[in-house]
Design a protein around this ligand. Structure first.
Ligand code: PLP
Ligand code: SF4
Length: 335
């Protein structure tokens, strides 16, 4: 017993918080003072893609509000398993066709994306990865080998994007092992990290991680994923400030989601809140049509009008580009 505790205490604090995430819908409803009946009918959705949300993120939800915009991003709902329009499919962005090596995807010129892990600190209901077979398509499990070989042989790739899943779920040791290899590929000039961690589990941005980032010789870009201004608090500000402190460029991508952020005042407040956290908006994504997420869809006309309203209210640098990922296109397509 005492031995187990000693080993456990060796883990950084964030790993304990990560392991302590809520995965039982009944517990989530209890924590938010919501009626347990709300869980009725969500079993199928829960089985398909289980609830997962860190307690610190739950603390930013409003108790008693079943329409809370943070709650709606994570709560399994019966609509997910209802009949979907035919364009809502398992792999809407056709990741399979873009696979250069296990876990290495290239769709666009000059940059390749490493699926570093299938795991995330949070499970977002609208995520296109809800059906992705991570067991055979993640590069870390093959010790990065085939992916690195591919990168070594292609000098046109100058930017590697760590994605997933959430790459910051990996331990500092595993991240370091990857970047030690990348050091041998001088044509990789930029390391980009796509992560929701600074928002959903800001404790992840700890001394160990910052030390790792400080030692890298590439330009570092961190692309966060925040959808609503209420996701930000002092801990998130601290995490973003620390990342800026080691020289990372901070950008944000959001997904436009019905009933969560499909109002101009919400999107405007989000841009302002990002700027306060030293983050610039990058992309506002139209929803990927993944099976189970049709109830989040916002029509294109409305999406365009929302961005038009943002443009009228904000300086240009706080207006994200509205894009959609269309399989086969050479870039994310502006709407
Ligand atoms: C989205 C994506 C990128 C990043 O595109 P940017 O426009 O550079 O942000 C790169 N590779 C793949 C496979 C992607 O899906
Ligand atoms: S954090 Fe990103 S990858 Fe993970 S479930 Fe949410 S949207 Fe998907």
């Amino acid at each position: 017993m005492s031995k187990t505790l000693a080993v456990r205490d060796h883990h950084p604090n964030w790993q304990k918080l990560y392991a302590d995430a809520v995965s039982d819908p009944a517990e989530l409803l209890r924590l938010l003072d919501l009626e347990p009946e709300l869980a009725n009918g969500m079993d199928d959705a829960q089985r398909q893609f289980s609830l997962r949300v860190p307690r610190g993120f739950i603390a930013r939800m409003e108790p008693g509000n079943r329409h809370d915009p943070l709650l709606l991003q994570v709560l399994p709902l019966p609509q997910e398993t209802a009949l979907q329009p035919t364009q809502f499919i398992d792999d809407p962005v056709d990741d399979h066709a873009a696979m250069l090596a296990p876990g290495l995807l290239q769709k666009y010129s000059g940059r390749a994306l490493l699926v570093a892990t299938g795991a995330c600190a949070i499970n977002c209901r609208y995520c296109f990865r809800r059906h992705f077979p991570y067991a055979d398509a993640n590069a870390a499990s093959a010790n990065w080998g085939p992916a690195l070989e591919q990168l070594a042989g292609d000098r046109d790739i100058t930017e590697v994007i760590l994605s997933g899943g959430d790459p910051l779920v990996l331990s500092d040791r595993r991240l370091r092992a990857l970047t030690d290899h990348l050091r041998e590929l001088p044509h990789i000039r930029t390391l980009r990290i796509h992560t929701r961690m600074p928002i959903v589990l800001p404790e992840r941005i700890d001394e160990g991680l910052l030390e790792w980032l400080t030692g890298l010789h590439q330009q570092i870009v961190v692309v966060l994923h925040g959808n609503h201004p209420a996701e930000f608090d002092a801990n998130v500000d601290r995490a973003c400030g620390a990342l800026r402190g080691v020289g990372a460029t901070l950008l944000n991508q959001s997904v436009l989601l019905r009933r969560i952020n499909d109002r101009a005042d919400t999107l405007i407040a989000l841009s302002r809140r990002l700027f306060e956290a030293q983050v610039l908006p990058y992309y506002l994504h139209a929803l990927d049509p993944v099976r189970g997420a049709a109830h989040f869809d916002v029509p294109d006309g409305k999406a365009r009008s929302l961005v038009e309203q943002m443009r009228r209210a904000l300086p240009g640098y706080l207006v994200p580009t509205l894009v959609r990922e269309t399989p086969g296109e050479p870039n994310k397509t502006p709407l």
